[in-house]
Design a binder for this molecule. Structure first.
Ligand code: FAD
Length: 404
């Protein structure tokens, strides 16, 4: 079996182009070992002039379980799976899916997903392009889409640059952050994103989208609305502020620093956010209870003043106050967690193998061995109850994969 692999490797440096290899699960180990040896030999013996033309084959695996690649940990497998560490590998995988007429799903860190029990019938492409680079003499940071988001936040804070410190501890990849305009504790990525580098799957061109072109609003962007599935994020450039002050807009954060027991530096703010997150079960730490979730399962509803007035009146009749925050012009954002709790679903609620986090009413958790169907059934029940109690249709925040 080694012969066909070596043929492909020798063909590549001679300019035959990239090769895609389909490897069955039992051959993956063998292939990986072979690739390592081959890389060393070619690195040592290939004449330098040919080295830039050497490309490794893209490895496509079959029937790969997806649940372990997600934070919620439910769902079936990918019919085909590949991880791309370089831009060319992303292009190659997209071409492979196109040629074989396979539906393509782009996977980041898997922290905002519910994968169906049937899994994904086509190709899952995991973006694994890593690296963080500060552009010399500037406040622009270029971050590979596959770089873990919290690594970048730590890097930025370590360089004493403000702009993302309140987004500490959010799981997932950097390429996943523009998709739903990730936000927390008074900051969102839309404020600091300068450019998003993408592969356009329509014409296979690489493009640079400016912040304006990304059309960011609350938990929304071009990528998860009008042009869903069209662009694959390859790199994100952030414009931060050297020596800037941390953003202390959010009440929990303000409270943390009240009394002046500690000065609110960027580093201290990052630590405070991580601690507050941990106290709410929103920081993924090995072995922590209730950490198998997709984070907040519902978006905070945005209400017009009239809609807000009717909820406010209903609440008053029950002796309750609606927690709300100012949002876009003429809208008020109300707390989805409060809606869930006042509709009969308390923290710690359990139904078989699924339930609600003991520390956050918005997180649906997998208490071990749950199926996607069980998660969806609890989600439906919560939505029905909130609608009946408050007349509000809660919108889920995670992406549902393979349910169509
Ligand atoms: C404990 C916990 C806490 C969380 N807290 C927050 C929070 O405070 N605020 C918040 O906004 N979110 C939060 N989330 C949700 C989640 O972490 C973010 O949405 C995150 O940015 C998702 O990134 P990901 O790489 O994991 O994307 P995935 O879950 O892998 O994918 C999500 C979507 O993005 C797409 N996608 C991912 N990468 C790319 C790419 N390179 N190119 C094109 N499309 C791509 C996928 O196709 C999919 O549609 C939390 C989740 C958990 C589990």
């Amino acid at each position: 079996m080694l012969f066909p692999f070596s043929t492909l490797y020798i063909a590549n440096p001679l300019g035959a182009g990239r090769t895609t290899i389909l490897v069955s699960p039992e051959r993956v180990k063998l292939f990986t070992r072979f690739r390592r040896i081959n890389r060393t030999l070619l690195g040592r013996f290939l004449i330098p002039a040919l080295r830039p033309r050497y490309t490794e084959p893209v490895l496509i695996r079959e029937n790969v379980p997806l649940a372990p690649m997600t934070t919620l940990g439910v769902g079936g497998g990918a019919r085909y799976f590949t991880a791309a560490r370089r831009v060319e590998e992303v292009s190659e995988a997209v071409a492979y899916a196109g040629n074989k007429n396979l539906p393509l799903f782009v996977l980041g860190g898997g922290s905002n997903l519910v994968v169906s029990d049937r899994g994904w019938p086509g190709l899952v492409l995991r973006i694994a392009i890593t690296g963080i680079k500060r552009r010399s003499g500037s406040e622009i940071f270029e971050v590979g889409a596959g770089e873990e988001w919290d690594n970048f936040v730590a890097f930025a804070v370590g360089h004493n640059c403000a702009g993302v410190e309140c987004l500490s501890g959010i799981p997932g990849s950097t390429g996943g952050t523009p998709i739903q305009n990730v936000g927390a504790y008074g900051q969102e990525v839309a404020e600091t994103i300068d450019t998003v580098h993408v592969l356009d799957t329509r014409d296979h061109q690489i493009r640079q989208l400016s912040k304006g072109e990304c059309r960011f609003t609350y938990r929304t962007s071009l990528f998860n609305s009008g042009e869903r599935g069209r662009f694959i994020v390859l790199r994100v450039d952030f414009a931060l502020q050297q020596g800037g002050e941390p953003r202390l807009a959010y009440s929990d954060l303000k409270r943390y620093f009240d009394g002046g027991r500690e000065r609110a530096t960027l580093g201290a703010t990052r630590e405070a956010v991580r601690q507050i997150r941990a106290s709410k079960g929103m920081l993924i730490t090995a072995g922590a209870e209730d950490s198998a979730s997709a984070g907040s399962f519902f978006k905070n509803p945005m209400l017009s003043h009239n809609e807000y007035q009717s909820v406010h009146q209903l609440a008053q009749e029950r002796g309750l106050q609606v927690p709300h925050f100012p949002a876009l012009d003429s809208y008020l954002k109300i707390s989805a967690a409060w809606l869930v709790e006042t509709s009969g679903f308390h923290k710690g609620y359990s139904r078989g193998r699924v339930g609600i986090s003991r520390r956050h009413a918005l997180a649906i958790v997998n208490r071990g061995g749950a199926t996607a169907a069980e998660v969806v059934s609890l989600k439906d029940e919560i939505q029905r109850s909130v609608s009946k109690t408050w007349g509000i249709e809660l919108q889920p925040e995670p992406v549902f994969v393979g349910f169509a």
